[in-house]
Design a protein around this ligand. Structure first.
Ligand code: KG4
Ligand code: ZN
Length: 340
């Protein structure tokens, strides 16, 4: 088995990140993973400002790459992987251009990576999760259920028809004056709140698919906030009710996806992987874990540092694609198609 070492770059939102990941017969090893968060720069605007994000990526990426290579012990790099989308175009262009320059100067292949594929494979950074597995990807921009059958082989079972779960957390937190980023702040407030205080709508109840919808919840929460939230306790109670409602919808849709997954994939005890920033939420994690256990799925959530945006997952996704290309005998730089 071939040993491959890949430099990964992520810059699609408000984190600039560079990582070096190696895969050998011994397994996957993250040699370094450095992240520069721009959160403080965007906080005063209550959300990510694309222009500020792009400029900050430009300012930090070179330094971060040097640090990632130094922390990894200046290893020989076999390929460069970079997020090519989806994301804020200014940021994506910064990361991808840097990656192109780096690869061109060293005569290395450049592997464009879909950001979502990075999240999809992130669980394999720390555990050898076998294919096929069921994935719930819950981030600020996405909310999807996928059957992950192999590298580059995904079947979408469900997606949001409006907001992503993280977006719902962020927007409701904003209405409640909890600042940005809203998810962690809302969770903190919810810890001192009473879940049963407010009744919130259950979306898409009768539907047989695995889609999500959070816009009704958002509106309901905003209305309650306007009419009933006067004290800090009121606010904490609403946070607890909102968090429970989001977790419940994730559970209700995931249980359907588990059924579909079983119908299409003959695996005795498949893994249910939860990835993306919202997987950092303890209530969401706990309820999904209980669901997995009750339905005969093994539960896996990547460590928090690989749940939110990072470059190790991009390096790994690039590495897995590159390994596939090598197997097919098309590993030279000229024959690789560079997208993005
Ligand atoms: O995966 P991620 O870092 O970025 C995207 O690709 O979107 O996810 C960020 C999202 C944000 O919406 C953030 O509010 C949410 O994940 N998030 C949380 C928590 N930590 C992060 N949501 C709820 N509870 C948390 N503890
Ligand atoms: Zn992400």
């Amino acid at each position: 088995d071939q040993t491959l070492t890949v430099l990964g770059i992520e810059s699609s939102c408000d984190e600039t990140a560079v990582a070096v990941v190696r895969r050998s017969a011994a397994g996957v090893e993250v040699l370094s993973s450095v992240i520069h968060s721009q959160v403080v720069k965007h906080a005063e605007y209550g959300g990510v400002v694309p222009e500020i994000a792009a400029r900050s990526h430009v300012e930090t990426i070179d330094d971060l790459a040097q640090r990632a290579l130094a922390e990894a012990g200046q290893p020989d790099i076999d390929a460069v992987a970079a997020t090519a989308g989806p994301g804020l175009i200014g940021g994506v262009m910064v990361g991808l251009s840097f990656a192109k320059g780096f690869a061109f100067a060293r005569d290395l292949p450049l592997i464009p990576v879909n950001h979502l594929e990075g999240h999809a494979l992130s669980a394999r950074l720390t555990e050898d999760v076998p294919f096929p597995f069921l994935l719930l990807l819950v981030s600020g921009g996405h909310c999807q259920l996928l059957a992950v059958k192999g590298v580059g082989d995904y079947e979408r079972l469900g997606t949001t028809i409006d907001d992503a779960a993280g977006e719902a957390f962020d927007k409701i937190a904003k209405v409640l004056g909890l600042g940005y980023p809203g998810g962690p702040a809302l969770e903190k407030a919810a810890n001192s709140g009473k879940v049963e205080r407010f009744t919130l709508p259950r979306a898409l109840l009768g539907r047989k698919d695995c889609d999500f919808s959070f816009s009704g919840l958002k509106t309901a929460a905003a209305t309650i906030a306007y009419e009933h939230v006067k004290t800090e306790q009121d606010r904490n109670d609403l946070c607890a009710s909102v968090q429970a409602a989001i977790a419940r919808q994730l559970v209700e849709r995931s249980v359907r996806a588990m059924k579909l997954f079983r119908e299409h994939n003959a695996v005795t005890s498949p893994a249910f992987v939860v990835a993306g920033g919202v997987a950092a939420n303890a209530t969401v994690r706990r309820e999904l874990q209980a669901l997995a256990t009750a339905n005969g799925f093994g539960f896996m959530a990547p460590p928090l540092k690989y749940c939110t945006d990072n470059a190790a997952m991009i390096a790994l996704a690039g590495l897995e694609h590159y390994a596939k290309l090598c197997k097919m005998g098309i590993e030279d730089r000229e024959s690789l198609i560079v997208e993005g």
